[in-house]
Write a protein that binds this ligand. Sequence first.
Ligand code: ATP
Ligand code: MG
Length: 331
Amino acid sequence: MLNSRPIAFEKSAPLLEVKDLTVSFANGKFLPVKNLDLTLYPGEVVGLVGESGSGKSLTALSIMGLLPHGARMESGTISFQGRPLHLASPNDRRALCGRHMGMVFQEPLTALNPVLTIGEQVAEIFRLRQNKSPARAWKLALDLLTQVGLPNPAKSMESHPHRFSGGMRQRVDIAIALAQNPELVIADEPTTALDPTIAAQIIRLLKDMTASRGAAVLFITHNLRLLHDLADRVLVMYAGLLVEETGGDLSSPLHPYTAGLLQALPPRPSEKRPERLIPIPGQPPAPGERRPGCPFEPRCAQKLPVCQETTPPMIEATPGRKVRCHRQAHA
Ligand SMILES: Nc1ncnc2c1ncn2[C@@H]1O[C@H](COP(=O)(O)OP(=O)(O)OP(=O)(O)O)[C@@H](O)[C@H]1O
Ligand SMILES: [Mg+2]
């Protein structure tokens, strides 16, 4: 796989463009997302990875206009198909996001209606959004729930959500997001409760179902390995900052943090390294902790003296590959 964005995407206008997004809590004392730039083109799958607390969900919620109470968009612009979402009224934004974007939330139970069966909830979308007859809608729902790997789908459709495990509910959420036929799907950790084979199957399904229609997927996960060869691009986030942007081939990361994330995962069968996992030493900065320099510096085995003094800028290392690291900037 190439390390730069495939040529086909270059030709089309961006579907989603986020520029200089900064989110704050506590009146600006804590910035969980800092100066983030993110562009999604029709048909691509982009992964967003980082440890817990790096700001992935708040980035997704900013795009959807669903920031939690106390969070504020401090700066930035968010455009969808050229329309500035950040300037839209709450009603217009809700309508626009509802019509064009599907989100699979990190907490699956909250998105499902407890009083309706799974079948009713998925089939209803086909009926209302795509004007299908009840029988046809039920059949389409059955097909989709089979594709997302719901065991015994015909029987499961007659059940209510509380009977399902977290993993099952996540698959239903994914089916609901896809049934809406959105131009953009944001999937926030939709696979944490799933085993890696099913998780890879889900990303492939999202990729097939969206790419063929020119829709795009923003896939958020802790597990960098999951994105290997499935994502067209991967964005790596640390302490609210994007630190690396690369293609789907993750075999030669440029940022020490990305390398650390990969080392912390179990090796793939083809890899020649010991089974032992190598965790990244130390902890990310605490919320609100402010210090000069690169936020990864205290944990970095490759730090330079300059890393303590200034935050490195994001530089384009090679076409389509960006990295925020003084070592690369000085290479
Ligand atoms: N409602 C909130 N009030 C205060 N702080 C919050 C709130 N939501 C998130 N945060 C903080 O903002 C930071 C980023 O949170 P976010 O949920 O975006 O992280 P994440 O990368 O999605 O992590 P995870 O992988 O655990 O889901 C964290 O330090 C988190 O504690
Ligand atoms: Mg999250």
